[in-house]
Design a protein around this ligand. Structure first.
Ligand SMILES: C[S@@+](CC[C@H](N)C(=O)[O-])C[C@H]1O[C@@H](n2cnc3c(N)ncnc32)[C@H](O)[C@@H]1O
Length: 234
């Protein structure tokens, strides 16, 4: 195996093998990881697992079973290797991609669904060559996960997502409410816009005037949010 890197998430050191074919944890990942509370015995699905770090944290926080899915086969491979490195492979279960973005068998429900979705607004011309492309407004994966979640959450179950301002955060909260989930912000952080953002494109979408980003002393910042959206108990 090549290089490994250890990330400290709360009380847990999480060891990840570094791989060129799978994105490393980002500030979005770390915000969400730090907001996975203890979940003894819970059943979990993670949509878009990448390195597997969020699934591993869920297992370290006590989940009984964490099912994982990703459209990138290299991600599933990496997540399994990383689950082994952290001693939780017996509780991490890869799923095949299905028709639904949450490919659980019909009727199966989980206590918690976790996702750090691809959410980078980019012009359509970027589609072919950017792994974070999620439609021109960056909402494709966000909306698909929110739309599917209620069918797969147990009564009182939760959808835990990290969401950003550049994809229109109020719209994400509204989507959650429209499918019967009750969202609440657990934590938010401001981040300087990284070079992967296309500022010209963001401005065409409405930019700072629409709250997609904010400007302070000439520097542009996005806001990222860890959000928990709860299904009703009925
Ligand atoms: C932003 S990365 C998050 C990776 C990891 N969970 C983390 O937080 O660092 C999004 C992941 O979703 C995957 N993905 C994109 N579209 C998907 C889809 N329709 N279904 C499942 N996974 C998808 C990508 O391959 C990528 O690994």
């Amino acid at each position: 195996m090549g290089e490994t890197r250890t990330h400290r998430i709360g009380v847990h050191p999480v060891i990840l093998a570094e791989r060129a074919t799978v994105g490393p944890p980002t500030p979005y990942t770390l915000l969400l990881a730090e907001n996975i509370a203890p979940i003894p015995g819970a059943t979990v699905i993670e949509i878009g697992t990448g390195s597997g770090i969020l699934a591993i944290v869920a297992a370290l926080q006590g989940a009984a079973r964490v099912q994982i899915v990703d459209t990138n086969p290299a991600a599933i491979e990496a997540a399994v290797v990383n689950a082994n490195l952290n001693g939780v492979a017996d509780r991490i279960v890869p799923l095949s991609i299905g028709e639904s973005i949450i490919p659980l068998p019909a009727g199966e429900r989980v206590d918690l669904a976790i996702s750090n979705p691809a959410q980078l607004p980019l012009p359509k011309t970027a589609e072919a060559h950017n792994p974070y492309y999620a439609g021109p407004d960056g909402r494709r994966m966000i909306d698909a996960v929110i739309a599917a979640a209620p069918r797969y959450l147990a009564p009182g179950g939760r959808l835990l997502m990290v969401l950003n301002s550049v994809t229109d955060f109020p719209a994400s909260l509204e989507r959650m409410r429209s499918v019967g989930l009750e969202p609440r912000v657990l934590e938010e952080r401001s981040l300087e816009l990284r070079p992967l953002f296309d500022r010209v494109w963001l401005d065409q979408l409405g930019g700072a005037a629409r709250g997609l980003y904010s400007l302070r002393d000439g520097t542009a910042y996005e806001t990222i949010y860890a959000v928990e959206a709860r299904a009703s108990k009925a």
